[in-house]
Design a protein around this ligand. Sequence first.
Ligand code: HEM
Length: 285
Amino acid sequence: MADGSRFVGVAALRTAVLLGLIAPAAWIALDYALGAMGPRPVERALQEAGSWAVRFVILSLAVMPLRQVMRWPRLAAVRRRIGVAAFCYAALHFTIYIADQKFDLVKAAGEIALRLYLTIGFTALCGLIALAATSTDAMARRLGGRRWRQLHWLAYPIAVLAVVHFFLQTRLEAVEPTIMAGLLAWLLLYRAVERWRGAVTLPTLTALGLGVGAMAIAAETAVLWFKFGVVPGRVLTAMLTFETGIRPGMAVLGVGILVVVLSIARNISSRAGTRPATAEPATSA
Ligand code: HEM
């Protein structure tokens, strides 16, 4: 076989991804049922569902670049599934919010209209509903390939709104929102380069990983300095020595470097003839 499906059949891949998508919901339900969600279980379930919604939105956007870098076209088979899962987690998040408002829809609507971060979350949810509703083959046929693709480009602004919503409601240090924002910046720039140049070469991929990583480190350092008064030297030392674990900026840099390593490994394996090159170039569209 000419691609990664030599190792993982599409059916097995689909099943593994489905299980991975269901697992967080099962985990949330189990923790809730066992009373393992701390003193405010509803708030905790709301946060967990929202976090997984954002993670899956980002993951669904990462499928295309990963597919191109790994020259694994069949990875596209799971993209839709991940996108629908993102919608399901966002819907669960919204349902928990409504339940938390004692199903008082008028009060909930008022809150959504008045609080900016809720208005932004609601807009993202409406976008996800539109994408999920048109995700079937029948809808894709009805809309026609071009219109369907145009509509599904909405996934990018939706991801931006979801990450902004994530940032705005964060009261303490924004660790995960910073990682999500960094990954989203990488994905947006990758897509922009791909559209502009037609292909993303290895040097560009390297520049992208290092550039976005550096931006994330600089942004994190600036926020910690201005918001919490931690001097930049202290932040950078903590980042390089990992004394407070992997900092968000370093995580974004790490992901960028990992993608470059994957691309190099894929090129080497192609040249060694262990996996004959497919029609799709390493990082082309
Ligand atoms: C009408 C739509 C939405 C409403 C009413 C809503 C409501 C909320 C509320 C009240 C919180 C704060 C939870 C807390 O007390 O800490 C929150 C947090 C959050 N929401 Fe939403 N949200 C909506 C849509 C979305 C969407 C579409 C996404 C993602 C795609 C999302 C992702 C998140 C995330 C990641 C958090 C932070 C979770 C954490 O602290 O770990 N929300 N949302």
